[in-house]
Design a protein around this ligand. Structure first.
Ligand code: ADP
Ligand code: MG
Length: 485
């Protein structure tokens, strides 16, 4: 940053283009495997390679997944569809063209909710369209040659394009996080940016605040994590402001982000851009989406994360923070749903997920699928606390670890075996109370003279002497009775 520049004079305008690989078994136009990886050039057939005489045929599942995402993003669904050829030459493109819906998308408009420190808002979408992926050039396999792997060629993608509606890197970060949660939630894409199954290009321009015309945009590519998209955007906004402030102009170009130093370098300028000579794909008939197909997809949609979050807040009375964390991913939300079906203590259930369960998972960098305790058993533990048989601290520090080791054991059996059941019987707590009061005659006098805060000390001592097993509520009551008599 340069001290002499007022960066706040400018507003950034950002539009994101996200490519997401659809979770289909086969490719968009052939029965070749769409699985990630595999030995190079093993997921290919003459169709993928575009040999003369081969014909593409459309994968119905890919269309279904695109519509699923379109519904979740509140898009309008186009009923009459066709594909176009996007012609260009590149070694990883076996046919010499890509089949794409670039000219006529299946999902139009829509929006994705984002939450940042500035509050909640919707980022407007321009479209979601279907297209096939290209293969991969491998530059690191041979010292003298570039190799090509066509396994990825023809894998179905959706491209999700926003309006130029994002205004800073934090918003872009929140948008991508939400979009990734959505595609995973819907089983549309695995959302893995590191493996490239979700990829983001960022279009960035700047303008003076108050200006309504769009500035010249630069497209930045090759960010392999959401964090790197944020870094790339921050870097590009700064670069453009500094250019303009030094009297130069932003030129329309495509740049590549280098994560190792956080900067970017030019790939190609507008002049070098391809003329793709789009025309309707002659080998694929236009296709119509029927009402039944649409309604079946709509009926199969799960409750969306935002809907679930609001329901947890409104119906269960959970704090917004709790509801959001539980809905971070579908597996956690599903665990929680089963848990609250088994216990009436909904807030306690949320506390267990946000507290002990999350910290166990975080330590192992695992997700909830790895948590060995079934929700019904956790509900039993919550019940033990509610009945006053154990307190939360004993439950989380002593009982839960054993439950994790032996998920077949009931919490009650574990608590009993470890001799942790709280003493709720006045007859056995009273002698301990008397012992404590006898030990602190001075404090007892102070308490009786009005220093009521000392009750905490007495309760603590009773708990200590009883090995944490005295019921704190009952202890409190009995102590008050003794001290005030
Ligand atoms: P192209 O034809 O160059 O791909 P599009 O009109 O398809 O351009 O837009 C691509 C992306 O760039 C969209 O997300 C769009 O919102 C965004 N975009 C377009 N113009 C601008 C601009 N001036 N500044 C920032 N983003 C922009
Ligand atoms: Mg584009």
């Amino acid at each position: 940053m340069s001290a002499s520049i007022d960066y706040n004079k400018y507003e950034a305008v950002i539009g994101l283009e996200v490519h997401a690989q659809l979770l289909t078994e086969s490719k968009l136009f052939s029965s070749d495997s769409a699985a990630f990886g595999g030995l190079p050039n093993t997921h290919i057939s003459p169709v993928t390679l575009g040999h003369p005489g081969t014909l593409p045929f459309l994968n119905r599942k890919a269309v279904e997944l695109a519509i699923r995402l379109g519904f979740a993003c509140h898009c309008e669904i186009e009923r009459e569809n066709f594909f176009a050829r996007k012609n260009y030459f590149y070694p990883d493109l076996p046919k010499g063209y890509q089949i794409s819906q670039h000219t006529a998308p299946i999902c139009i408009g829509g929006h994705v909710p984002v939450v940042t420190d500035a509050g909640a808002r919707d980022v407007r979408l321009n479209r979601i369209h279907l297209e096939e992926d290209a293969g991969k050039s491998l530059h690191d396999q041979d010292p003298d040659n570039t190799m090509v792997d066509y396994n990825r060629a023809g894998v179905p993608l959706v491209e999700i394009v926003t309006e130029p509606d994002i205004h800073n890197a934090e918003e872009a970060y929140a948008y991508l996080t939400e979009l990734r949660r959505l595609v995973r939630w819907l089983d549309v894409c695995d959302g893995n940016m590191e493996e490239g199954s979700m990829r983001c290009d960022a279009n960035i321009s700047i303008r003076l605040k108050g200006e309504s015309r769009l500035g010249t945009k630069v497209e930045v590519k090759n960010m392999n994590s959401i964090r790197n998209v944020k870094r790339a955007i921050e870097n590009e906004i700064r670069r453009q402001i500094e250019l303009v402030e030094s009297g130069e102009r932003v030129v329309q170009e495509t740049r590549s982000f280098d994560a190792s130093n956080g900067s970017s370098f030019p790939l190609r300028s507008k002049e070098e851009a391809n003329d793709y000579r789009y025309f309707p794909e002659p080998d694929l008939a236009p296709f119509r989406i029927t009402t039944t197909f649409l309604e079946d997809i709509r009926a199969s949609l799960p409750e969306l994360p935002e809907e679930k979050t609001s329901r947890y807040i409104q119906q269960l009375g959970l704090p917004e923070y709790d509801a959001r964390v539980i809905c971070d991913d579908k597996a956690t939300a599903t665990y929680f749903e089963v848990l609250i079906a088994a216990t009436p203590h909904h807030k306690a259930a949320a506390n267990w997920i946000l507290g002990p369960v999350k910290s166990w998972l975080n330590e192992r960098n695992a997700d909830i699928a790895a948590f060995p305790v079934p929700p019904a058993t956790l509900a039993d533990l919550i019940a033990l606390i509610a009945e006053g048989k154990v307190n939360f601290s004993i439950a989380s520090s002593r009982i839960l670890p054993v439950m994790i080791e032996e998920p077949g054991e009931t919490p009650l059996a574990i608590a009993t075996a470890l001799n942790l059941i709280q003493n709720t019987d006045a007859g056995s707590i009273l002698p301990v109370i008397d012992e404590v009061l006898a030990k602190y005659p001075g404090k007892v006098a102070e308490f009786r003279a009005g220093k009521k805060g000392l009750i905490g000390l007495f309760v603590g001592e009773v708990m200590k002497l009883s090995g944490g097993k005295a019921d704190p509520k009952l202890t409190n009551e009995l102590l008050m009775k003794r001290l005030n008599s």
